[in-house]
Design a protein around this ligand. Structure first.
Ligand code: UT7
Length: 337
């Protein structure tokens, strides 16, 4: 049976940098609070771009660094909480931009765990022989759904996109994958779908009766509850992956966590009793980019030359849903490819 491998990675972040100091000029916050509570120093914000365009830029970077042509892709999965539209899917729009005319395309909704869920779906399609070359993208323009009047959430997030092309080969690639969900925590981190907006009050009452509008479509989060969930989900996911792969933490060169908060990562470093260098972080520069955070980090590690063929890395994410997931990957890409 062929193995499922990551063949190439790519990422894209918008040029516009918004620092903590800049935020403190427009709202009641400050660099010290944001840095000490989260580790975030700055984030990227899209100006005039939507999720599909930044997703396509990340995809093109992955394609450029592989031997795969857009027409060779037979499946495109976009994980996003901030799609361009209800329909069509962001994946279909990306397909058109990059010219992947032979691909089947769809989006998935699993918040910050979305890229891991996407890898899992890609793995199943490739392993059972249904698809050969699969593009998985995590992309977000979270700045569009933030309540910029709520300092507890808006300082935490940023925009960006990361991509990976998966295919099959002889060497071991994706070794183990685990995902889970718990809808009982659905209200802890959410963004409502857009409410119906009919300007004509009489017409609106005739259709809907005298009902209240649902909440506006902003991202809301119970930060402390999510923090507790995050450390539990990360710990359990790492344990599950190590147990089922019969590997130890020493076998793992890098852990690539969802980039939400440095304090969550510090907690995991202490719990696992590992060197802090084992955890890759870049949230200082990008904030929390939800589904994009893990693939952006993985692409940066790849491009910075941190990953050697044969290294084992562990990706782990958690987020709204509630959802969580992780994977252990044996790196199969030659350095500087
Ligand atoms: O990808 C999704 C996963 N999300 C996460 O992993 C987030 C997990 N949660 C967290 O990271 C933390 O809960 C936060 C960073 C969101 C918040 O940290 P916290 O230590 O839980 O702070 P808090 O919400 O309890 O707020 C503490 C204080 C409050 O003031 P009082 O009531 O103590 O006077 C807030 O009003 O900090 C205040 N505060 C701020 N102050 C300055 C909240 N936001 C800000 C701000 N600037 N931006």
């Amino acid at each position: 049976m062929k193995e499922v491998q990551i063949l190439a990675t790519g990422s894209y972040v918008p040029d516009r940098i918004v620092t903590n100091d800049e935020l403190s000029t427009v709202m009641d916050t400050n660099d010290e609070w944001i840095k000490t509570r989260t580790g975030i120093c700055e984030r990227r914000i899209t100006t005039g771009e939507n999720t599909s365009s930044i997703a396509a830029k990340a995809a093109l970077k992955a394609l450029e660094s592989s031997y795969i042509k857009p027409v060779d892709l037979d499946l495109i999965i976009v994980a996003t909480a901030t799609p361009d539209c209800y329909t069509p899917s962001t994946a279909c729009i990306v397909q058109d931009i990059i010219g992947a005319t032979n691909a089947t395309c769809f989006d998935i909704s699993a918040a910050c765990s979305g890229f891991i869920y996407g890898l899992n779906i890609a793995y199943q399609f490739i392993k059972n022989g249904a698809k050969k070359n699969v593009l998985v993208i995590g992309a977000e323009t979270l700045s569009k759904i933030l309540d910029w009047n709520n300092r507890s959430t808006c300082v935490l997030f940023g925009d960006g996109a990361g991509a990976a092309i998966l295919g099959c080969g002889e060497e071991k690639g994706l070794i183990e994958i685990h995902t889970g969900s718990d809808g009982r925590g659905a209200n802890l981190l959410k963004c409502n779908a857009a409410s119906v907006d009919i300007n004509n009050k009489d017409l609106k009452e005739k259709i809907y009766g005298n009902t209240e509008d649902v909440d506006k479509s902003y991202l809301t989060m119970e930060g402390r509850e999510i923090f507790k969930f995050a450390v539990k989900a990360m710990g359990e996911t790492i344990d599950t992956l190590l147990n089922s792969s019969e590997l130890t933490i020493e076998d793992i060169k890098y852990i690539v966590p969802h980039q939400a908060n440095l304090r969550i990562i510090d907690y995991m470093i202490k719990k696992l009793k590992v060197d802090s260098k084992k955890f890759y972080t870049n949230l200082q520069y990008y904030g929390n980019t939800s589904a994009a955070s893990i693939p952006i980090a993985m692409d940066q590690m790849n491009r910075e030359g941190l990953l050697e063929k044969g290294d084992k890395i562990l990706l782990v994410g958690f987020g709204g849903g509630l959802t969580w997931g992780g994977t252990i990957i044996e790196w199969t890409i030659n350095k500087n490819k």
